[in-house]
Ligand binder design. Sequence first.
Ligand code: NDP
Ligand code: GDR
Length: 377
Amino acid sequence: MMYIMAEAFTPNKMGAHSKLTVEEYRARKVALITGVTGQDGSYLVEFLLEKGYEVHGIIRRSSSFNTGRIEHIYRDRHETGVKFFLHHGDLTDSTCLVHIISKVQPTELYNLAAQSHVKVSFDMSEYTGDVDALGTLRLLDAIRTCGLTDRVRFYQASTSELYGKVMETPQKETTPFYPRSPYGVAKLYGYWIVRNYRESYHMFTCNGILFNHESPRRGRTFVTRKITRAVADIHLGRQECLYLGNIDAKRDWGHARDYIQGMWLMLQQDEPDDFVLATGKTYTVRSFVEKAFQKTGHTIVWEGEGVNEVGKDAETGKVLVRIDPKYFRPAEVELLLGDPTKAKTALGWEPTVTFDQLVDEMVTEDIKASLNDSKLM
Ligand code: NDP
Ligand code: GDR
């Protein structure tokens, strides 16, 4: 495990690029990413470096390693040709956000940082509001404080959780919002403050309303990765049974690698706008479980009802899945199904990874990870 040290603050370089025209400033291609250590952040760094950007990321101070997803990209800044830099910061701390933005002078800012777990948001509602709602405001105001409103393009990680209770399907940009969790409500503030700053200060700000997207780098407490890691561990004899909550919830699951391309495309348009990114297909958690176990040769049959329902191996009768009410949420989002037509038409964006391919890749990678007993993520 390598220890990654963030850049120390150097004297404030506010205005270092103030003599450049907007075109000259933007031609520099400098991206700043909050949430760089997360699933999406790690894919976005790879993508932007490939496109020739200088990339800066904000990481939180942590007593344990939180850089597992970006270690393979990071190089010591003393080496030649390094284009990826890290800065310590936090969305709850305006001062550091102003310092970092003034120092980096980004042309594009991707706000991916969040307390992103819906269930946890019920336990940490105030903190979730502070980071996900006010953190977005702090970033936008930091751009204004640095005098960069006409120079920085801003991407906001909005979410299908804004739709919450089903008002219309498939859900699109015009579907009314009805969030069902402190996370969803905090993100609703984020969504509207992004639009408000676009209208009030003519900032180039975009909301990507992204439906669930997964990958082998997904955090292990989200349901897809929890399932694929358990399937791998059960396959290798390291775990007996998988415990889940509401297995009848439906989600529109895509691959994170596809979705970060959509984020970038939003910031390359002539005008700022808001876009849904989704696959247009929905599956239950139950089907995800069945599909994942199939990959290791188990057919799941379901028996019983409610919290007593179990998923058994059809051949051996062994119980592989049980329900634990601990994982139910005080209010649930039952059905998400997105309509990505606007993104397809205006951005030329389309998802490329099918549900089957996604499950396949995640199970395959988790078998490898389980064999290595990787504790990185
Ligand atoms: P992750 O949970 O994997 O990553 C979240 C990132 O935010 C991590 O880098 C985390 O740092 C960082 N972070 C958390 N709190 C703070 C804070 N107070 N200050 C600074 N950084 C912080 O999320 P994803 O990559 O999956 O998602 C990216 C964004 O997209 C999030 O905003 C999420 O809400 C949103 N979203 C995600 C979807 C999905 O399906 N993945 C769908 C729609 C929206 P650390 O590593 O230290 O914890
Ligand atoms: P979600 O993702 O809440 O949609 O938010 P998650 O994977 O946590 O839950 C999806 C569905 O699965 C049900 N579920 C379980 N969920 C978890 N985490 N653990 C379980 O054991 C379990 N059992 C059943 C849930 O009730 C839910 O219905 C994700 C996050 O990435 C957000 O940040 C993002 O905004 C949305 O996707 C779009």
